[in-house]
Design a protein around this ligand. Structure first.
Ligand code: FES
Length: 119
């Protein structure tokens, strides 16, 4: 069960263990379930309002390769969270990006820390 720590500068951290079978859930779905007030608007990877910063628990890069859809990459580029160089790393080397969309990121078997904005 991966541990997920939700962090916001003004609130106490919220720590959850993603339950078994949650590997089909997005971070936004889990956040709603545990009442973590991550900002979101469309819920469908279109607007970028649910952008989150994702690291390992110590604040370093995550290690698991992740699948990012073209739509997610494109929105992250549009809102200035993914530079051309970073995009290349994601596409060519299958490196995870520190920035993700909570409504698109699926929980993996890795402990992570998520920094989020509120609604
Ligand atoms: S809520 Fe719009 S992109 Fe996630």
């Amino acid at each position: 069960m991966p541990k997920i720590v939700f962090q916001h500068p003004e609130f106490e951290e919220i720590e959850i263990y993603a339950p078994a079978g949650s590997h089909k859930k997005t971070i936004l779905e889990l956040a709603k379930e545990y009442k973590v007030p991550i900002a979101f608007d469309c819920g469908d990877g279109e607007c970028g309002s649910c952008v989150i910063h994702v690291t390992d628990l110590e604040g370093g890069p995550t290690h698991m390769g992740v699948h990012m859809t073209d739509k997610e990459k494109s929105v992250l580029r549009e809102i200035g969270k993914l530079s051309k160089d970073e995009l290349e790393k994601v596409v060519v080397n299958d490196m995870p990006s520190d920035w993700r969309l909570a409504c698109q990121m699926i929980v993996r078997d890795e402990d992570i820390r998520i920094t989020y904005e509120t609604m």
